[in-house]
Each structure stands twice: as C-alpha cells, then as structure tokens.
Ligand binder design. Structure first.
Ligand SMILES: N=c1c2ncn([C@@H]3O[C@H](COP(=O)(O)OP(=O)(O)OP(=O)(O)O)[C@@H](O)[C@H]3O)c2ncn1[C@@H]1O[C@H](COP(=O)(O)O)[C@@H](O)[C@H]1O
Length: 106
C-alpha cells in the first residue's frame, strides 16, 4: 500500500522534535516554544492567502506546503495527530448542514 506523504512527514516531525536544534528545523522551532510555532503557522497562512490573491499558483503550492508543515509541527507540539483531524472531518461529514427541526413546518 502506498504511504501517504502527510503520514510520513508527521512521523518525521515526531522523530525530529528531540533532535539537535542546530541540525533540525523542527527541533529548533519546537525549542522556541508553542507561541513561536503558532506565529509561524499564522505567517504561512497569510503568505498562502497573498499568493492566492495574486493568482500565483506555484506560489500558493509552495505556501500551502509550508502551511501544512507548520500545522503538523503545531499539532505534534499539542500531542495531536492527523488521525485526530481525520476523525473530526469524518464526524463533520456525518453532520447535515440543514437543521431539520428548524426547517420543518409547524
Ligand atoms: N517540510 C519541511 C519544511 N517546510 C518548510 N520548512 C522550513 O520552514 C522554514 C520556513 O521558512 P522561513 O523563512 O519562514 O523561516 P526561517 O527564517 O527559516 O525561520 P525563523 O527564523 O523565521 O523561525 C524554512 O527554514 C524551511 O526550511 C521545512 N523544514 C522541514 N521540513 C520537513 O521536515 C523534515 C525534518 O526537518 P529537520 O527538522 O530540519 O530535520 C525534513 O525532512 C522535511 O521533510
């Protein structure tokens, strides 16, 4: 079975968190603390939004990769996994967008 790159990256990030910060970006960022990781995530989100507004498809692809990478670093720092996010998305798939009770005639 093909391995998903996000699963591979998640495992790499988990393994690199405790590496030498001088040789690992993940370790360096983790060492700086959660607020710094969150700040980087926000910056990458803004850069992705700017690329989209500028109709820069290659730029958005790169920024999306940066954004997802930093999101995975933040999830790992919070002790959360992609499976937690998958479970939440699956739960939402089962939720109707229509409030049936509210739309039912009285
Ligand atoms: N996917 C990535 C990845 N995407 C982006 N980045 C880094 O994210 C940083 C974002 O760039 P910026 O210019 O915004 O930040 P910066 O100036 O380097 O850092 P700051 O001083 O702002 O904190 C760059 O240094 C990129 O190298 C990544 N660094 C690592 N990975 C993956 O993570 C794995 C583990 O990396 P190490 O921890 O370095 O071994 C690697 O094998 C890669 O697969």
């Amino acid at each position: 079975m093909a391995t998903d790159i996000l699963d591979t990256l998640e495992a790499t990030i988990r393994a690199r968190r405790s590496a030498d910060p001088s040789t690992s970006y993940v370790a360096k960022l983790t060492h700086k603390g959660r607020a710094k990781i969150a700040q980087k995530l926000g910056e990458e989100a803004v850069e992705a939004a700017i690329a989209a507004v500028q109709d820069d498809r290659a730029g958005l692809t790169g920024e999306a990769a940066d954004l997802i990478f930093h999101l995975l670093v933040l999830l790992a720092d919070m002790g959360l996994t992609l499976d937690d996010v998958r479970a939440e998305l699956a739960r939402r798939e089962g939720v109707s967008g229509i409030d049936e009770k509210a739309s039912r005639p009285t």
